[in-house]
Design a protein around this ligand. Sequence first.
Ligand SMILES: NC(=O)C1=CN([C@@H]2O[C@H](COP(=O)(O)OP(=O)(O)OC[C@H]3O[C@@H](n4cnc5c(N)ncnc54)[C@H](OP(=O)(O)O)[C@@H]3O)[C@@H](O)[C@H]2O)C=CC1
Ligand SMILES: N[C@@H](CC=O)C(=O)O
Ligand code: NA
Length: 429
Amino acid sequence: MQQTVRVALLGLGTVGRGVYRILTGNAENIAHKVGAPVEISRILVRDLTRDRGIPLDPALLTDNYQDILDDPEIAIVVEVMGGIHPALDYVMAALKRGKSVVTANKDMIALHGKELFAAAAASGAGLLFEGSVAGGIPIIRPLKQCLAANRIQEIMGIINGTTNYMLSKMTQEGVDFDRALREAQARGYAEADPTADVEGLDAARKLAILASIAFNSRITLNDVYVEGISKITARDIAYARELNYVIKLLAIAKETPGGIEVRVHPTMISQDHPLASVNDVFNAIFVRGDAVGDTMFYGRGAGELPTGSAVAADIMDAARHILHKVPGFIGCTCYEEKPIKPMAMTESKFYIRLMVADRPGVLAAIAYAFGDKEVSLASVIQKHTDGDRAEIVMVTHRVREQNLQDALRLVECLSSVDRIASCIRVEGE
Ligand SMILES: NC(=O)C1=CN([C@@H]2O[C@H](COP(=O)(O)OP(=O)(O)OC[C@H]3O[C@@H](n4cnc5c(N)ncnc54)[C@H](OP(=O)(O)O)[C@@H]3O)[C@@H](O)[C@H]2O)C=CC1
Ligand SMILES: N[C@@H](CC=O)C(=O)O
Ligand code: NA
């Protein structure tokens, strides 16, 4: 067996603890597979005194990154602290010194991937980020390696564990939004600022990473249309059930003749759809390639050990590359510059819930406004509410986003319409 490969962790929170547990608990198995022992030599944290809840030699801890950067024995830096600064500065500095980097930080990869790949390529260091998308599910490596010979046509999936956990609890147990979020946070699924999860930004960052790899063209967060789940109500969940749908936060990326379509939004899908039964913290990603056809990746999308599993495997890969003195990792593959399709040009079916006056002619006026913008209705449900108000729920046929938004503007102006309570896209039929 060769000499020990030394690793430093930046961060010992949910993911850091998972990586620590796996590298120490499975040390012998890992050493055999790598061909050398892999050992954690240093761990950067903010608070040196906090009880970490794991058997840990306190001498491993430091609050000074220079201790890690200046240690020539440390070959791999594992960034699991999160955020952009100082994580980016630390990772850049490590790559420039020729230390390989493993990270689970999708914020950083989605925003600074290009310069990080350039720095890694310049020094010959590895840069691996399997944990950054869909936690424990292998998806970066399959796209970069196993499916590399394909032209990828479409990616569609559930890629945020927190919101999928929340929507599952809200749908199956009637748990309210705030409690569902608190539970997801207590389980270690949520980001430090959970707004990133509930407003869809975390999924959008992951989709930007996946789409960049899939379509060989740099896609950034700004290119992704994003809507989160904060406006989803118990009423919409109940209507979804009545219509044989379930609501999921879907991430969708497609290569179309009009450009690359990249969007994250709450979506109603049929209860028979394969993604409808993906619940709790589980994620699933459907990938269609021109040669392989349809593939599906499923597993836990967040949490200590599942994410630790992906990060630890990246560490093992980086360690093998170092031992065999080969760069090994696959760098930036964005060799094309493809246009992004404007959201207004995309097409979906829509579920729309309106609060209206309960009087004759209201439905006809609404149907006329939709017809005027070439939006045709597939079904309409009308229910009485208190007094003279009513609730109308409609599902449209497939329509261009621009037409739908134009029609909603007309509907909003009708004196008999109090408000548009919800508008949720319907996919997968
Ligand atoms: N949680 C999950 O399920 C998943 C998370 N990720 C990503 O992994 C990364 C880590 O997430 P997670 O483990 O949940 O985060 P946590 O908040 O649980 O842990 C962050 C750790 O980083 C340390 N840290 C943060 N900032 C600094 C700093 N400036 N200097 C030194 N140490 C610092 C903290 O130290 P201290 O403990 O002293 O405060 C803490 O140990 C993020 O990029 C996240 O997006 C990816 C996939 C899944
Ligand atoms: N907050 C993220 C963590 C994993 O990436 C999620 O909930 O999916
Ligand atoms: Na992953």
